[in-house]
Design a protein around this ligand. Structure first.
Ligand code: GDP
Length: 328
C-alpha cells in the first residue's frame, strides 16, 4: 500500500539522521517494482538529493574468489576505525542467474556488518543490468544523505557490470590474482584500461614471488595505454586481504588520488560528466522502451521485418517508417 506522506517524511528524516533501518527501507522501495513505491521513493530521493554527492565512491571489481569480500572487509574496518562511515553496495545483475547474491553478502563481511559506522547492502537481484545500475545510483544518493562518506561499490567481472560501476564511481580498483592467466582477457575487454589501480591480492605465502612478477607485468600492461586526462598514472599494488597486508598502503594510494583530482578539478568534472551520462542514458532507455511498447509498433513490426527480408524495404526506410508511426 502507498505510504502516507507523513510516513515518507519520517522515513526521509530517518535517513538524514543516519538511521540504517530507514535507509534499508528506502532502498527496498528503490528496488521495488511497484508503481506506488516508485512515486514514494521519488519524494525521498528529491529531499535527500541536496545532502548527497559528498562521499568518495570507490568501485571494486574482480572475479569470484579473488578476495573481494575479504578485501572490502579489511578496507572497511580500517576506514571505520579512522572515523569514516562506510557503505558497501553491489552491482550484480547475474545474481538471479547464479542463484542468490554472491556480492554484498552480509555473511561474507561478518565483522564489518556489525560495526555501527558500516552499512552493507546485498545486491538487488532478478534485474537487467540497466535496472540494477540505476537502483544502485539512487541507493548511492541515499547512503550519502545518511552520512556515509565512503562508498565501496562491488561488482564481479561479468558482462557489462564493470562498465556500469566505472560510470558511477570516482575510482576504479581492479583486484587480480597472480598467474591466473586472464591478463589478456582483461586487456581485451577493456577492464585494465578502466582501472585506476590494480591490486594483486593473495600476495602471501608461496604466492609472493608470482605476485611480484605479476606486478611487473601489469605495470607493463598499464603503460600500453595513453596517460589519463586526470593526471593520474594507474598504480599496481600487492596485498594480502587475508593477512591484512597492503590494505593501508592501498588506502594511502586512494587518498593521494583524491587529493590530486580534487585539487586539479578532475573530481568534479568526472562527476558532472557521469551525471550527464546517466541523464542521457535514462532518456534513451525510456524512449526505447516507450517505442517498443507502442501498440502501433508492436502490431506492425513483424510485417515490416518481413518486408525487409523480402527486400521490399531497406532497414533504414523501415526505421523511418516505424519512427513516424510511433509519433502518430
Ligand atoms: P570473493 O569471491 O572475490 O568475494 O572472494 P572472497 O573474499 O570470498 O575470498 C575467496 C577465498 O579466498 C576465501 O577462502 C578467502 O579466505 C581467500 N582469500 C581472500 N583473500 C586472501 C588473501 O589475501 N590470501 C589468501 N591466501 N587467501 C585469501
Amino acid at each position: 500500500l502507498r505510504r502516507k506522506s507523513k510516513d515518507i517524511q519520517k522515513l526521509t528524516q530517518g535517513i538524514l539522521n543516519g538511521n540504517k533501518t530507514d535507509l534499508s527501507q528506502a532502498i527496498t522501495l528503490i528496488e521495488s517494482q511497484s508503481k506506488r513505491h516508485t512515486e514514494d521513493i521519488k519524494t525521498v530521493i528529491s529531499t535527500c538529493l541536496p545532502y548527497s554527492n559528498k562521499s568518495l565512491r570507490i568501485g571494486i571489481t574482480g572475479v569470484p574468489g579473488v578476495g573481494k569480500s575479504t578485501f572490502i572487509e579489511q578496507l572497511g574496518l580500517l576506514l571505520v576505525n579512522q572515523g569514516h562511515k562506510v557503505a558497501v553496495l553491489a552491482v550484480d545483475p547475474s545474481s538471479s542467474v547464479t542463484r542468490g547474491s554472491i556480492l554484498g553478502d552480509k555473511t561474507r563481511m561478518e565483522k564489518l556488518v556489525q560495526h555501527p559506522q558500516a552499512y552493507i547492502r546485498p545486491t538487488a537481484s532478478g534485474e537487467s543490468l540497466g535496472g540494477v545500475a540505476r537502483k544502485t545510483r539512487e541507493s548511492i544518493l541515499l547512503c550519502e544523505a545518511a552520512g556515509f562518506d565512503i562508498l565501496l561499490i562491488e561488482t564481479v567481472g561479468v558482462g557489462q557490470s564493470e562498465t556500469a560501476v566505472h560510470s558511477m564511481t570516482d575510482f576504479f580498483l581492479l583486484l587480480k590474482l597472480a598467474g591466473a592467466g586472464d591478463e589478456l582477457q582483461g586487456i581485451k575487454r577493456g577492464i585494465i584500461e578502466m582501472a585506476d589501480a590494480i591490486v594483486i591480492n593473495k600476495a602471501d605465502g608461496e604466492n609472493i614471488q608470482a605476485a611480484k612478477k605479476a606486478k611487473v607485468e601489469f605495470n607493463r600492461a598499464l603503460h600500453m595505454y595513453p596517460s589519463k586526462s586526470n593526471g593520474w598514472t594507474p598504480k599496481v599494488k600487492l596485498a594480502s586481504a587475508l593477512k591484512n597486508e597492503g590494505i593501508e598502503n592501498t588506502w594511502n594510494m586512494l587518498s593521494d588520488y583524491f587529493t590530486k583530482v580534487k585539487s586539479n578539478g578532475f573530481f568534479k568534472e568526472k562527476r558532472s560528466s557521469q551525471n550527464k551520462f546517466w541523464l542521457t542514458q535514462t532518456i534513451e532507455d525510456s524512449l526505447k522502451k516507450e517505442f517498443y511498447q507502442n501498440e502501433n509498433i508492436k502490431a506492425e513490426f513483424p510485417e515490416v521485418l518481413e518486408k525487409i527480408h523480402s527486400q521490399e524495404l531497406s532497414p533504414f526506410e523501415a526505421a523511418d517508417y516505424l519512427l513516424n508511426k510511433a509519433k502518430s
